[in-house]
Design a protein. Structure first.
Length: 542
């Protein structure tokens, strides 16, 4: 009987722990051409899901969905492929995003450097129609899916082919592609690719449920041209200096970023594809997956490491540091959260600086919450370590934590929500148990190193003022710095309101470009006043 009781107790404890961990779901799928194939087979999507704290989410594709040489004009003519798409999409209720990489082969197979602007535009028109037709096929299976057009980056035919002995150039696998386009120069090819991606951006801005991240020049930015280019203009430029999007027009993608040891003229290597997909996450996927109504960054002045004897503020060490168990204290000003709405989800995100000892990714974290603060004051002090706060629970952590810039996510239980102080501050204390000496994760204690996201039961943007039939488009959204507005009627005034309804920016006149650089990251409402009424749009500032 004693054995049975013990077994039942252990089983119940197991269920309790497991109930706090999310099952793995497939929310993304990848389809398209060789850029889909190489990025998928290199595991770039799952690596970035882990990097951004979503190790409980996976991406799906197959050899029939990510296909070398696929073109937008023929991809969906394969009945078996279309049937596979329909079967997967209709049977997977978790699927939310389709990563769509098509159009590049269409362009390289039809464009020639001697074409005039009208001929070039006609080709791009045809490609966009084929891309749109494919998107319509996908949305016919599930109209609620969000489709992210992947885009491309610069090629490098010049160094991979032109530097070869003349007799060997025609033997290169991509010679026929380059020769079929009239052997364009670096600048000629870069200019048409920039035009091509601008058409993607323009199309995604007006197509419902379709988005685009422009990565042109990203490999130039990430790698730089640190040794002299082997062809004209024979120069160099430093890493992290090329503009993105846009790039440097007279330079190709650096050889260090290309596949097959720099011999592939067009495809990236595994590391470069991971960086390419990483920017899709930082620019779009991450905000989508977080799915928050309001978010605040940690108050770094009042966030700290905590041990029984010391407090340190330069970084946040979680685990065992110097033979002491080290907790971290995260402080947030949560007064911007709207108490008119009920929180139904909340998550913590903390950015990794470094690790020591065995990887603690996926280890349960003991999380304590204090409405207001631990100890006697909001500042880190000696009595914070022993203070247990208002509520405590052992929670699952998500994300891979082995590299600088990776994120740990912790989903908070509903019992914590009532302790989030919507008129002041809220603090969290995180601790690991059962770790070895000097086994810890060091988190950044700098601006935007940690976030508290909340999602409300009722969408605060679901109630909107009367809208007219005026066509109005806001892009990009989410945005970092500049947003563009396309409207059929003249704009008289624009107001941007925060989640509490406070006007944080006003612009008079017919403004079509708004600089939001100085706005804090979060969700806003834009009231666009026109002669025939008010249009309201939700804006996400990254």
């Amino acid at each position: 009987m004693k054995y049975l009781f013990t077994s039942l107790f252990v089983f119940a404890l197991y269920l309790n722990v497991q109930s706090q961990c999310n099952p793995t779901t497939e929310k993304m799928m990848v389809i398209g051409d060789s850029w889909a194939f190489f990025s998928w087979t290199g595991n770039s999507y799952n690596e970035n899901l882990d990097r951004f704290g979503f190790s409980d989410v996976e991406c799906y594709s197959t050899a029939n969905l990510a296909v070398n040489g696929a073109e937008a004009n023929d991809y969906f003519t394969n009945p078996a492929r279309v049937q596979e798409l329909e079967d997967y999409i209709t049977s997977n209720s978790d699927l939310e995003y389709v990563h769509y990489s098509l159009g590049g082969n269409d362009a390289m197979g039809t464009w020639h450097k001697d074409m005039d602007s009208g001929e070039e535009s006609a080709i791009l028109d045809t490609i966009m129609l084929d891309v749109r037709a494919g998107i319509d096929t996908i949305l016919s299976f599930n109209p609620d899916l969000k489709i992210l057009i992947s885009g491309y980056d610069f090629a490098n035919f010049s160094e991979t082919i032109e530097t070869l002995p003349l007799a060997l150039q025609s033997l290169h696998p991509f010679y026929s592609t380059w020769d079929g386009m009239g052997q364009p120069s670096i600048t000629e090819l870069n200019e048409v690719l920039n035009t091509f991606c601008s058409r993607f951006a323009d199309s995604a801005a007006v197509w419902e449920n379709v988005y685009f991240v422009n990565n042109i020049g990203l490999m130039q930015y990430e790698y730089g041209q640190t040794t002299a280019l082997q062809v004209s203009p024979f120069g160099t430029y430093a890493q992290y200096t090329a503009p993105v999007p846009g790039g440097i027009a007279d330079y190709p993608t650096p050889l260090e970023a290309l596949n097959f040891g720099g011999n592939d003229s067009f495809h990236l290597n595994d590391n470069a594809f991971e960086l390419f997909i990483k920017r899709h996450f930082s620019e779009w996927y991450w905000n989508q997956l977080r799915d928050y109504h309001a978010s605040v960054s940690a108050d770094i002045a009042n966030s700290s490491s905590l041990t029984a004897t010391i407090q340190t503020g330069s970084s946040l060490k979680l685990g065992n540091y110097g033979a002491d168990d080290s907790d971290i204290l995260l402080s947030f000003n949560t007064s911007s959260f709207d108490d008119a709405f009920t929180i139904d989800r909340a998550s913590l995100f903390v950015e990794v600086l470094s690790t020591s000892g065995a990887d603690l990714a996926g280890t349960d974290v003991t999380v304590q919450i204090a409405s207001g603060y631990f100890g006697a004051t909001i500042s880190a002090e000696s009595d914070d370590y022993a203070d247990t706060g208002d509520e405590s629970d052992d929670l699952c952590s998500y994300g891979t934590l082995s590299e600088d810039g990776h994120w740990m996510r912790i989903d908070l239980p509903a019992s914590f929500f009532s302790h989030i102080d919507m008129s002041g501050s809220t603090q969290f204390k995180l601790s690991f148990s059962l770790v070895d000496t000097d086994q810890y994760i060091e988190f950044k204690n700098i601006s935007d190193n940690a976030f508290l996201d909340v999602h409300y039961t009722i969408d605060p943007f679901s109630s909107t003022p009367e809208e007219t039939d005026t066509d109005l488009i806001l892009f990009p959204n989410p945005a970092n710095n500049l947003i563009n507005i396309q409207a059929e009627s003249e704009i008289e005034r624009i107001e941007i309101l925060d989640i509490n309804g406070k006007v944080v920016m006003q612009k008079s006149g017919n403004n079509t470009k708004i600089d939001i650089t100085n706005l804090s990251a979060g969700i806003y409402v834009m009231n666009i006043h026109q002669q025939d009424g008010i249009m309201q749009k939700k804006l996400i500032k990254k």
